[in-house]
Design a binder for this molecule. Structure first.
Ligand code: PMT
Length: 399
């Protein structure tokens, strides 16, 4: 981040003291930082400390009290390469989401032409509140990068999610942003996500517990790096934040097979994160099956096409990344799938791991490469896991 201009917005919460550490880390890494603090922020950390660390007077009011000089939020928006709000309280997040420009930090945000990143910090109940979650979703839709709060002991004495992420992790997210922006411009990527439903009759189906969170996070991450992304999604209730992603909704494995193969025809990379049903009922009844007088029922299942294996057969230069969801002999089974489906990489996650798998917000993965290399990662949010996967893909695609 050497030479980069960063606006550091600080709002009023206990975590404001951590902003001083973050500021130091950014300066150490060569960034030029302008601090903008809310009136409440000054109750938690003094502008004198922040000015000394940044080497610049801290901006807080619209006018300098002694000279009447106007602080231009518009100029800051032009100057900055990135705006980071850390800590972002529930109130500041709400104002950002709704354009309530009653302080210098929010006017700077509304004038920002650059990417904005937000590190929320609040008590667990405030974080969980539907109002906060709605505001966070709005910010995400508006293209703001959210550095998810961590779980742990909170200022209130309670334990849970809401604590601002550590300064080192925020600095890493900033570094990653500067390294990655536009790094995949011009690359075409297809991602599959979610479950498939195999109809038994118009009411019932065979499905699985996939929520689509993992695949959607991967699609979002590729898009944030400038790739041209097509997401083939099974039946899930998720929305995409990045409007540039082309979404194709499908229901069954056969539909997913057709849509994915079509989209993959001119792709540079395909990532198969969907949990595809391996079998489907031989026939789907047109009318609801009645239970009266039926004590037992046998469903005859037939094999679905294997999307990964079909792509592996005609691989060409395309990079193929599969997933392996296992309950036992994880590494062994993942290696076998990699070989059998002719993949370049396989991402292993285990259903035995309480922080991994279906529906969770976190995942713990290992990435296994064709050359036998196995890289293990700690449990992280699915968006961070997606970033690790896209890093691994980028290392292969952009050489
Ligand atoms: O959606 P979430 O709730 O966030 O959960 C994420 C996840 C657990 C679904 C995801 O991380 C994951 O592991 N996805 C793959 C699940 C799976 O079906 O794994 P598998 O080991 O059965 O399949 C191996 C690979 O072949 C996968 O890449 C799968 O997409 C692909 N496959 C499988 C069957 C089939 N007919 N066609 C395929 O392409």
């Amino acid at each position: 981040m050497k030479g980069k201009h960063i606006v550091l917005g600080i709002s009023g919460g206990i975590a404001a003291y951590k902003a001083a550490y973050l500021l130091r880390l950014l300066i150490k890494r060569g960034a030029e930082v302008q601090v903008v603090i809310t009136p409440n922020g000054k109750e938690f950390i003094t502008p004198a400390t922040l000015a000394a660390l940044s080497g610049k007077p801290v901006v807080s009011e619209f006018f300098a009290a002694n000279t009447g000089e106007w602080h231009s939020h518009v100029d800051l928006g032009i100057w900055a390469d990135l705006m980071v709000v850390a800590p972002a309280t529930a109130s500041t997040i709400g104002k950002m989401a709704n354009g309530i420009a009653d302080n210098m930090l929010i006017t700077t945000y509304l004038s920002a032409k650059e990417q904005v990143m937000v590190a929320p910090a609040m008590d667990l109940d405030m974080w969980r509140h539907p109002s906060t979650q709605r505001n966070i979703a709005t910010l995400r839709r508006d293209g703001v990068i959210i550095v998810e709060p961590a779980s742990g002991e909170l200022a209130s004495g309670l334990t849970g999610k809401g604590r601002m992420e550590e300064p080192e992790r925020i600095a890493e997210a900033i570094e990653r942003y500067f390294n990655n922006v536009e790094s995949l411009k011009g690359r075409r990527v297809v991602v599959t996500a979610g479950p498939t439903y195999e109809n038994i009759d118009p009411v019932r189906f065979i499905g699985n517990y996939s929520s689509g969170k993992m695949g959607f996070a991967i699609a979002e991450e590729f898009a944030s790096r400038g790739a041209d992304v097509t997401l083939v999604a099974g039946p899930v209730s998720l929305n995409l934040e990045n409007e540039s992603v082309r979404r194709i909704n499908v229901t069954s494995a056969r539909e997913m097979h057709t849509a994915t193969l079509e989209a993959a025809a001119d792709a540079d990379c395909v990532v198969l994160a969907a949990a595809v049903a391996d079998y489907a009922p031989e026939r789907s009844e047109e009318r609801k099956i009645k239970r009266e007088g039926v004590e037992e029922m046998t469903l005859r299942l037939v094999r679905n096409p294997d999307i990964a294996a079909s792509l592996g057969k005609e691989k060409g230069d395309r990079l193929l990344v599969g997933f392996a969801l296992e309950t036992d002999h994880e590494l062994d089974n993942a290696h076998k799938k990699l070989e059998k489906k002719n993949l370049d990489m396989i991402v292993l996650n285990s259903l035995r791991d309480p922080e991994a798998g279906f529906m969770k917000d976190t995942n713990r993965i290992s990435i296994i490469s064709r050359d036998g290399e196995v890289k293990e990662y700690p449990a992280k949010s699915k968006r961070e896991v997606a970033a690790d996967i896209v890093d691994a893909v980028t290392a292969r695609l952009v050489r």
